[in-house]
Design a protein around this ligand. Structure first.
Ligand code: FAD
Length: 513
């Protein structure tokens, strides 16, 4: 509590004159948000947008949306809610791009802060020996990429999709095929500002700095972040190969993530009961051996696709080709299934957006997304695969199932992110889309039952699985999720947000009224 009082005191010092007067005007039950002195504005009427997210399943109407123009606008709001205290149920949720799955960036009868309104100051890129970019917490990664590329630079670690915000991904972790080398995105960020008052880094307010990473928005609002950059490559060799043997597939994936000169990106996905798959690849991938590839049939089988990428600049093409050939020669994929493509770095990183545009054009983007993301210890991945692929999960036509390993050593255990204990663990992501009002296998109900069966299987087989982008509605489930880290999480909450004002949509803590 001490620490929080310190933070709130700082607000008071900064905003004393205006805020105290306004607070006196507020009735405790119906706080007069519209009298707060802001540079931005509240919207009290068109709030439905903030009650939706990518998951498209939960809709909690807020009382208002704040479109902040400055960091002070956010601080004014939070201070206002703090001053009302436990007499009101008012809460506040930062909303990045609303790409949560189960209402995590929503605030039932509270205030949703539209972080994308907080654009200024613009993205500032600092080139030099240790390049970085200073960006707003509501900035999209795609904009950071475009801006830093002007200096020949780019962030090191990514998510598969770049139309997500800095604050939203850092609050979770941010994982992709580069995480085995660089750790999650959160490991590639050096500092941030929370509500202008507190600047955190490894050295300054380090407990808050670490707590906020993977902290599910519970400890503060990230208004600005410093993102570490590196020299950006121009092009990418993008390669896919297939396996029918799961043991060979995982052995090769683990081999690749343990080597220094292999690939810059390693992911994979599961293919169950799909026909014509390779035909759909052919628009963007060339088979190394077209004749053999045309004879390969994926139909009906469970296959595992290893996806790799190697970054390069044209002047190093010969060395890169040798390195790629060497790495591929060490793998035991089905020889006729080597598919290659060469694309620009930007096109590679923004690849999911291309799928988004296609799905949008068919009205298939704004559908329910009952995604399930699991982190599974390496020692249990075979048990998981045997129990789930082709068994509980009998097809992959409703969306991809990603599967790839990452190294635990690249994750900082001082952060709030919950991961399995082993040195290597796998992300298995069931990225399913449901067809609205379908009662068949592509309908929401069926997919949710399947997710439940997968979770029950993990529980019964005692696999030590942790959910990524977790969702629970009962505190005892959250406690089980955090395990030995629960106490620390609770302690951070009572230090930095003791009234439980922030991110109520995560449903971890409830504001005491
Ligand atoms: P929101 O959904 O708006 O917010 C998420 C949470 O963070 C909420 O609790 C919110 O209150 C809080 N929050 C938001 N902004 C702030 C802030 N500035 N300060 C403090 N708290 C804040 N994730 C991966 O790790 N890897 C992937 O490859 C990946 N691919 C994805 C692909 C798609 C198509 C989609 C839809 C999501 C993907 N995600 C991935 C998940 C993504 O990381 C989450 O959806 C995440 O929530 C980011 O979305 P957002 O920026 O819209 O944040």
């Amino acid at each position: 509590k001490q620490m929080n009082i310190f933070i709130i005191k700082s607000f008071m010092i900064l905003f004393l004159s205006s805020v105290t007067v306004r607070v006196n005007l507020c009735s405790p039950n119906t706080p007069s948000l519209n009298t707060l002195p802001l540079e931005g504005h509240f919207n009290f009427h068109e709030v439905q947008h903030a009650a939706r997210d990518f998951g498209n399943r939960y809709q909690f109407l807020p009382m208002a949306i704040l479109h902040p123009k400055t960091v002070s606008d956010i601080a004014t709001l939070v201070k206002h809610i703090w001053d009302i205290g436990p007499r009101s149920e008012l809460t506040a949720a930062a909303r990045g791009h609303g790409h949560s799955l189960q209402g995590q960036s929503q605030a039932h009868r509270g205030v949703v802060i539209n972080m994308e309104s907080l654009k200024g100051p613009e993205i500032q890129v600092y080139a030099g020996n240790f390049p970085y970019a200073d960006v707003s917490g509501g900035e999209l990664w795609i904009n950071i990429l475009h801006e830093s590329l002007k200096y020949g630079l780019a962030p090191k670690s990514w998510t598969d999709y770049l139309h997500l915000t800095v604050g939203g991904t850092l609050s979770n972790a941010g994982i992709s095929g580069q995480a085995f080398r660089h750790g999650p995105r959160s490991a590639m960020s050096a500092s941030w500002k929370l509500l202008q008052i507190v600047t955190c880094s490894e050295k300054q307010n380090d407990d808050l700095f670490h707590g906020v990473l993977g902290g599910l928005g519970q400890f503060g609002i990230i208004t600005r972040a410093r993102i570490l950059l590196e020299a950006a490559p121009a092009r990418v060799k993008w390669i896919r190969v297939l396996y029918s043997d799961f043991a060979a597939f995982t052995r090769d994936q683990e081999h690749l993530i343990s080597g220094e000169h292999t690939f810059n990106y390693v992911e994979g996905f599961v293919i169950i009961n799909r026909s014509g798959l390779l035909n759909s690849w052919r628009s963007s991938f060339n088979p190394k051996d077209p004749v053999q590839a045309s004879q390969f049939k994926s139909d009906g089988r469970t296959l595992f696709c290893l996806e790799m990428a190697k970054y390069f600049n044209q002047d190093k093409i010969d060395i890169i080709n040798q390195e790629v050939d060497k790495s591929l020669s060490e793998l035991s994929y089905i020889p006729s299934t080597l598919f290659e493509s060469e694309v620009t770095y930007t096109d590679f990183l923004d690849r999911v957006h291309i799928s988004e545009m296609k799905l949008r054009s068919k009205d298939l983007w704004d559908v329910p997304h009952p995604w399930l993301n699991l982190l599974i210890p390496k020692s249990k991945i075979h048990t998981f695969a045997r129990g789930v692929f082709g068994n509980i999960q009998t097809e992959t036509s409703n969306g991809p199932i990603l599967i790839y390993p990452v190294n635990r050593s690249k994750w900082d255990n001082r952060t709030s992110v919950v991961i399995p204990e082993e040195h290597i663990f796998y992300l298995v992501a069931f990225l399913t889309s449901a067809v609205p009002s379908s009662t068949g296998t592509d309908g929401l109900e069926h997919i949710l039952i399947q997710n439940k069966r997968i979770l029950e299987f993990c529980e019964t087989a005692n696999l030590g699985v942790k959910q990524y982008l977790p969702h629970y509605t009962k505190q005892e489930d959250w406690q089980a999720h955090f395990g030995p880290h629960w106490e620390k999480f609770v302690q951070r909450k009572s230090t930095y947000d003791p009234l439980a004002i922030l991110a109520p949509g995560q449903r971890i803590f409830q504001k005491a009224i």
